[in-house]
Ligand binder design. Structure first.
Ligand SMILES: Cc1cc2nc3c(=O)[nH]c(=O)nc-3n(C[C@H](O)[C@H](O)[C@H](O)COP(=O)(O)O)c2cc1C
Length: 251
């Protein structure tokens, strides 16, 4: 963001090379280049080569700061993204930063945003998105965690066969198990599942000899994930009575 013409030149080259829309994700500014006017200039310059969609993490970048910390400070300025939305009605703006629930996303969309990006919560609590189709079109049935696991394993097996980048089998298995870490967040087995999955991801022997469905199945057993938890749907109370949590899991 220090050099908008350079970003525009990069985008122009990308646009010339691909046949899909090119979007830009950026912050509000960087270090001392952090005024609203400079942000407007950035959007003007970059959009002049054909970028029509900006995804904006609504805080500035501080280059001396660790990137993890810079996801929480300095304070968010969602209002600047709304100002851009008004200033450039011909472009699309997706707002990002600190959005933690689908309800918050719904409110931002209702207030005029073209899109909402959710980062850390997607990582920590992926099952939150089971209810997302109702946010988009008010329809669609939310899948249970059992269905999510089933579909994810179908995808993961395809990805595993492709054996990304010639990596070792255990590395591929670990990469494919990682996104499941937060799947049971908000249920009583969330912490235990995270722990058992983490132990499995450190077990090189098992990662290289067992299939992904076998690994997941043994984690479900190890974390004592019950049928009731696997079949919970979004919005259902997660504070289940203990009796609902430990019946044996159907095969
Ligand atoms: C594990 C992780 C990796 C990320 N990697 C990138 C990245 O490669 N490029 C990027 O622009 N932002 C990256 N981000 C930042 C997010 O896209 C997002 O802008 C930031 O987390 C703020 O949104 P949030 O408050 O919803 O988390 C990453 C965030 C996390 C948690």
């Amino acid at each position: 963001m220090f050099d908008p013409p350079l970003v525009a030149a990069c985008c122009a080259a990308i646009i010339a090379a691909v046949s899909i829309p090119v979007s830009v994700k950026c912050r509000l500014g960087v270090d001392e280049r952090d005024s609203y006017e400079e942000l407007v200039e950035f959007v003007e310059t970059v959009s002049s080569v054909g970028v029509r969609h900006f995804i904006i993490h609504a805080r500035k970048a501080i280059l001396g700061l660790d990137t993890v910390k810079n996801r929480s400070v300095p304070p968010l300025r969602h209002d600047w993204v709304f100002r851009l939305r008004e200033r450039f009605p011909q472009h699309r703006f997706t707002i990002n930063g600190g959005i933690a629930t689908l309800e918050a996303a719904r409110e931002l969309l209702a207030a005029g945003m073209d899109g909402v990006m959710i980062g850390r919560r997607a990582n920590a609590e992926p099952y939150m998105f089971a209810g997302v189709s109702s946010l988009v079109d008010g329809r669609g049935e939310a899948p249970s965690r059992r269905e999510v696991l089933h579909r994810y394993l179908e995808y993961a097996l395809l990805a595993q066969r492709a054996n990304w980048d010639g990596k070792m089998p255990e590395q591929v298995a670990r990469l494919l198990l990682t996104p499941l870490t937060g799947l049971f967040h908000g249920t009583r087995v969330g912490a235990r599942w995270r722990q058992v999955l983490s132990e499995t991801m450190h077990d090189r022997q098992r990662l290289s000899t067992q299939s992904l469905p076998e690994l997941v199945s043994s984690c479900l057993d190890g974390a004592q994930v019950s049928a009731a938890v696997l079949d919970l749907l979004p919005g259902a109370p997660s504070a289940l009575p203990p009796s609902a949590l430990y019946p044996s899991r159907p095969a």
